[in-house]
Design a protein around this ligand. Sequence first.
Ligand SMILES: NC(=O)c1ccc[n+]([C@@H]2O[C@H](COP(=O)([O-])OP(=O)(O)OC[C@H]3O[C@@H](n4cnc5c(N)ncnc54)[C@H](O)[C@@H]3O)[C@@H](O)[C@H]2O)c1
Length: 247
Amino acid sequence: MRFENQTAIVTGAGRGIGRAIALRLANEGACLACVSLTETNAKNTVDAINAIRPNAAKAYAVNVADHGAVQKVGAQILEDFGRIDILVNNAGVTRDALAMRMSVEDWDAVISTNLRGAFSFTQSILRSMTKQRGGRIINISSVIGLIGNAGQTNYAASKAGVIGFTKSLARELASRNITVNAVAPGFITTDMTAGLADEIKKTIHSKIPLDRTGTPEEIASAVAFLASAEANYITGQVLCVDGGIVM
Ligand SMILES: NC(=O)c1ccc[n+]([C@@H]2O[C@H](COP(=O)([O-])OP(=O)(O)OC[C@H]3O[C@@H](n4cnc5c(N)ncnc54)[C@H](O)[C@@H]3O)[C@@H](O)[C@H]2O)c1
């Protein structure tokens, strides 16, 4: 029970990696604000948590790309929970196309969700976290932000941006005892990757030294470690959880 008496926000908590992170933090004692684009999505995860620990989780629906709406939801979460110890910026999307053919809408959608969304949610709780002089912020990046990928210039730029955001924020907040780290997953089996063509899946697979794709639970383990007291002296880092793609 590493997170007993702690409260956490996980964005994109309705499915995939975000759901696994929310369940893991809740299983170890945290109370959870589960955020997703739709109430139904977030409620799925909330119901799973509350079935085991009644009233430990609450659902919030917001588009993380809507800065104004995020500020309101952040304030509501703080009112409901009193304080936030852990923020996991996980919500993310892909809109793949070669740069030559990519629409500016697809570029903007990915940058505003993956990168600005992390900034917006962080800002919505930052004053409170700074005042309490302690907290954990964990941003979900991607190995694509480190090594790039043809057809994903928007996604790679957003995830590389998340790393720059993480390091700069870590420097801003270290004196307040708030650590800020990023987790960079490799190829994880979720809805996001399910739609890829078999040929692309095969090519990706061939680049994974551990010779298998990862699970959302394996990302959740890394996030739980960074959120725990065991990681007290770690800040500004990018932890690749990728079966060895980046080394
Ligand atoms: N699956 C992978 O292989 C992989 C690899 C590297 C990084 N990641 C990153 O991990 C995170 C989770 O990915 P996943 O595979 O679980 O994806 P997913 O598509 O299964 O889930 C994403 C979640 O984010 C939510 N979301 C999307 N846009 C949103 C918005 N504008 N506002 C609020 N919520 C929004 C969705 O509703 C969904 O619940 C993403 O940031 C993704 O980029 C995934």
